[in-house]
Design a binder for this molecule. Structure first.
Ligand code: SAH
Length: 398
């Protein structure tokens, strides 16, 4: 044990790690013994020297270490990494999401005991994001484990999220194993045919966290005129049309996203019912409101408005604004499906924001369903931060 670096916490700062929350902030550390390399394993000790966890050292980040295991007897090595990857895969196998036609989030970071590692699977192709020094340190072991356990046709890295900079890591995007096809990859999401360009799309290419919600929202779509704001490739709109909607208007600021949506609509036989607007959503919603367009079903699925505690106020204002507009765009009896993917905005707070929006536009409405992320995005009980996506389906009273 002598040559494994140790970090000793300040008195009273071991409470959260004792509760098995995996993050150790820089301010909680009293002393570092040894000279740990970025990403390598350190032993975390209480002030009195009691073992608390094995963790990955992250010298540049405010989150200075992330726990791999709270069990002293565990060795953090390639076999451990492989076992954690295998455990994550096993859950998706139980969800029956491992066939070649479907897609899923295969590894969800802290919730799967692999802090900083995201792996998404699109049929026979895998996409990885290494978002912490620990995940970066074990990159080869992770990729080998994935290759061995799943024999994918390709593994591609999209480590482009800005959180990497907080870890002192640069951005990187490259092919790690196999070959990608020239054409978009098709996968099946609850019967909807979806397309993904792994190397070009946003994030890992698709928003798998919304896959279940696409179907839930479609349940309110029969005969509806639909507005899908922040559509990306149109998962909500196309699912709604498959569920019997009359027509759909998709708005997104990314022209590439709308091109993908167009191809996807054609693939699902609903091309004739779709209209695309390449615009900034708040401006376009205002324009639609002022031109008296009204819809039966409005979906608001914006990007993260709150990335840090400092952005909470402005982000909440942003959510309120678009929700006011969304409610104003509904016909009487219409349905609004509204989402936040900001971890800093709790489901409670989000409900308050939407309620506030309704008050300001003088509408009465009722919550008919609460939504969250799909079950391939689990939330470790000790890590509520993973519970980032919340949604409300709200019905306007006439
Ligand atoms: N609803 C999609 C995912 C949406 S992700 C699905 O279910 O798959 C958020 C989308 O908002 C992205 O496609 C992004 O291009 C778009 N976006 C971000 N800011 C925008 C803005 N101000 N106006 C319009 N679209 C925006």
């Amino acid at each position: 044990m002598q040559n494994i670096p140790e970090i000793r916490l300040k008195a009273g700062r071991e409470k959260s790690i004792r509760r098995r929350h995996p993050w150790i902030f820089s301010g909680a550390i009293e002393r570092v013994h040894g000279d740990p390399e970025a990403g390598s394993t350190v032993r975390v000790l209480s002030q009195s020297g009691e073992f608390l966890a094995h963790a990955a050292w992250s010298p540049a980040s405010q989150i200075r270490a992330r726990a791999w295991s709270f069990d002293e007897a565990t060795s953090i090595d390639a076999a451990f990494i492989r076992q954690r990857v295998a455990r994550a895969i096993e859950w998706r196998r139980q969800l029956q999401r491992l066939d070649d036609a479907s897609a899923c989030r295969l590894v969800f970071s802290e919730s799967d005991g692999l802090p900083g590692l995201i792996v998404d699977r699109y049929g026979a192709y895998l996409v990885c994001q290494f978002l912490s020094t620990g995940a970066e340190f074990w990159r080869e072991a992770i990729v080998s484990a994935l290759a061995e356990l799943l024999s994918p046709r390709a593994i591609y890295e999209r480590s482009e999220a800005s959180v990497r900079r907080k870890e002192g890591l640069g951005l990187r995007s490259e092919l790690l194993r196999g070959e990608l096809p020239a054409e978009p990859i098709e996968f099946n999401s609850n019967g909807m045919r979806q397309l993904v360009r792994i190397e070009l799309g946003q994030k890992t290419g698709s928003y798998l966290d919304q896959s279940v919600n696409h179907g839930r929202v479609a349940a309110y779509a029969a005969g509806a005129s639909v507005l899908d704001a922040y559509s990306y490739s149109g998962g909500f709109a196309i699912s709604a049309l498959r569920g019997g909607a009359a027509d759909a208007t998709l708005i997104d600021s990314s022209a590439d996203a709308l091109l993908l949506a167009e191809r996807q609509a054609a693939l699902n036989g609903v091309a004739d019912q779709c209209q695309y607007t390449n615009a900034n959503v708040p401006e376009e919603l205002r324009r639609l409101r002022d031109s008296e367009r009204r819809f039966d079903l409005v979906i608001l699925d914006p990007p993260k408005f709150v990335s840090s505690a400092q952005q909470l106020k402005s982000g909440c204002r942003g959510y309120k604004d678009i929700n006011m507009l969304g409610l104003q765009l509904l016909k009487p009896g219409g349905v609004l499906a509204t989402f936040s993917c900001s971890g800093h905005v709790s489901a409670d707070l989000f409900q308050k924001i939407v309620a506030g929006a309704a008050v300001d536009v003088k509408r009465d409405a009722q919550i008919i369903e609460r939504l969250s992320q799909a079950p391939d995005h689990p939330v470790a009980l000790q890590f509520p931060e993973a519970d980032y996506l919340c949604g409300l389906v709200v019905r306007l009273l006439a």
